[in-house]
Design a binder for this molecule. Structure first.
Ligand code: F6P
Ligand code: MG
Length: 508
């Protein structure tokens, strides 16, 4: 005869005969409700491991985080090892050779950690100004975390910091750039777009004679809008994504013709271009202000940024432009001081374009000479604060780099170029696409002294905000119709935050 008690109850009986674990049946209670977590998190609960909206992490297979952490980063690291090996094979001096072999070994260790999903260890003290910042963040928020379960943004940045460490602890190779060859190469392969711009801007720009003030202003407005788009779409040629592009593919991405630009404005899903024009126009009324560029990629994108900055200076919309680059190789294609110097000097003295005509080459030389002159006169200034290579997002810029925040708060407008800067502004989390930009960037919009900020970004990763009230529906529709729309670089945003300029900055 079968027993009336369930086998489970039998197993759980202790010596007294009473069940050791009581399981209540809740069959008569109401069904569980699907309660949505209260996003965004309240500001006091936000930290690098807990962004305001859910983080993207490497193990999230639905997000680009997964493909990046699992496949793209090891591929990029593999190519970096190949590049260094090539350099090694060109060396003759034993001390240099032995020192470089040790760098390659350390890259090998990083590869093992990355592909074995090791825990994130502290950064070795290599004398860089950002070591304390990195290790504080690891100790406070990422102890025991690994490459796949730490938020994607942090884990990815950490990988580039470890790559730098492989060289920075060496004696002779601290400044070696594993991506330098690639960066130079894409600019040399961008001839059509490079000359398209240099032939138009070699001579200082002039507005047609005989126009009324209103017509002049309109001509400038149109030029501003087109050049802002040149600067924006210059971001779609990103080496970390397009490593094996053909020259033809680069050409298509870089097409700078007028019709093309009008068509591409349709792809700017969050579009504050007109507000941006009003902002810079006001600056000029106040006799021209300071504009900053937090740069993204070297080569062609930097060239577009400079063409744009040149126009801003010449038209009196800015009296000074400050460019912010990285201190060491970062996310494959980002600008370092060496890339900056390489671009300007190659334009003036280089022989990168054997097929170009004499006129084309002269146009490039003139442009380059003018830009170098701006540098001499202090109209253009290049800077490289350590915070730009930290693991913190820009929500923490005012607290972790108060000197930089104060410096930026003195700017009249700060452009943030590209995808990574956008991820850092928005904490790289799953905020709804309708979230207003000023909410998504938190303290960078709301802190006292926050400057006006413009984000010029082609969309190459999951976070998308600022699409307006019907943004969630737009995103949903694109998710269905064009599954890769968030990583293709086909769409973009130009978003402006008014900040709180003019307010006193106070630090705790
Ligand atoms: O590795 C992924 C990523 O960080 C993406 O966000 C982006 O596609 C790319 O690298 C960097 O893009 P950008 O140069 O525009 O910042
Ligand atoms: Mg970049």
């Amino acid at each position: 005869m079968s027993s009336p008690t369930s086998p489970n109850e039998n197993n759980n009986k202790n010596a007294s005969g009473a069940p050791s674990r009581v399981t209540l049946s809740l069959g008569h209670l109401p069904q569980k409700h699907d309660i949505k977590a209260p996003w965004p998190r309240t500001p006091t609960r936000v930290d690098p491991n807990n962004p305001p909206w859910p983080a993207y992490r490497g193990y999230h297979e639905y997000s680009f985080a997964h493909a990046t952490m699992q496949a793209r980063l090891p591929t990029i690291l593999g190519k970096a090892i190949e590049d260094t090996t090539r350099t090694l094979n060109e060396q003759s001096d034993e001390e240099l050779v032995v020192d470089l072999v040790a760098c390659i070994d350390r890259m090998g260790e990083l590869m093992t950690d990355l592909s074995g999903n090791a825990k994130l260890r502290p950064i070795v003290d290599d004398g860089e100004a950002d070591v304390a910042l990195w290790n504080k963040e690891i100790a406070k928020y990422f102890q025991g975390k690994d490459f796949m379960n730490a938020p994607w943004l942090f884990a990815e940045a950490y990988k580039y910091r470890r790559l730098h460490e492989a060289f920075s602890v060496s004696k002779h190779w601290r400044d070696y750039d594993v991506f330098y060859r690639q960066k130079c190469d894409t600019f040399s392969r961008s001839a059509d777009a490079v000359f398209e711009l240099s032939m138009r801007f070699a001579d200082p720009f002039k507005i047609e004679e005989g126009l009324s003030p209103a017509e002049r202003l309109e001509a400038e407005r149109l030029m501003f809008l087109e050049l802002t788009q040149v600067c924006l779409w210059g971001n779609s040629t990103d080496l970390s994504l397009l490593i094996n592009m053909t020259e033809e593919q680069i050409k298509n991405l870089q097409s700078t013709g007028g019709d093309h630009l009008a068509a591409t404005e349709k792809n700017i899903l969050g579009n504050h271009l007109n507000r941006l024009w009003e902002t810079v126009k006001e600056l000029r009324e106040k006799t021209g202000g300071r504009i900053d560029f937090v740069l993204d990629n070297a080569g062609f994108e930097l060239y577009c940024d400079c063409v744009y900055a040149d126009f801003l200076v010449q038209s009196g919309l800015a009296s000074q432009v400050r460019f912010h680059g990285k201190r060491y190789p970062w996310f494959v294609s980002d600008v370092t001081k060496k890339d900056w110097d390489w671009l300007l000097n190659s334009m003036v003295y280089g022989q990168l374009f054997p097929k170009a005509s004499d006129t084309e080459l002269e146009s490039l030389r003139r442009l380059g000479r003018r830009w170098k002159q701006y540098e001499k006169e202090g109209k253009w200034v290049y800077e490289q604060h350590p915070f730009w290579c930290a693991g913190y997002t820009y929500w923490d810029l005012h607290s972790e780099a108060p000197d930089l925040f104060l410096h930026l708060s003195r700017s009249d407008l700060v452009y943030f170029k590209g995808d990574l800067n956008h991820r850092k502004l928005t904490y790289d989390c799953a905020a709804p696409a309708s979230t207003p930009f000023e909410i998504a960037i938190g303290p960078m919009a709301s802190s006292a002294g926050a400057p006006k900020i413009a984000s010029l970004r082609t969309i190459k990763s999951d976070v998308v905000v600022g699409l307006g009230d019907d943004g969630d529906q737009i995103a949903e529709m694109l998710d269905k119709k064009e599954p890769g729309w968030k990583i293709s670089g086909k769409y973009a945003v130009v978003l402006l935050s008014e900040g709180r300029p003019g307010e006193k900055v106070r630090f705790a």
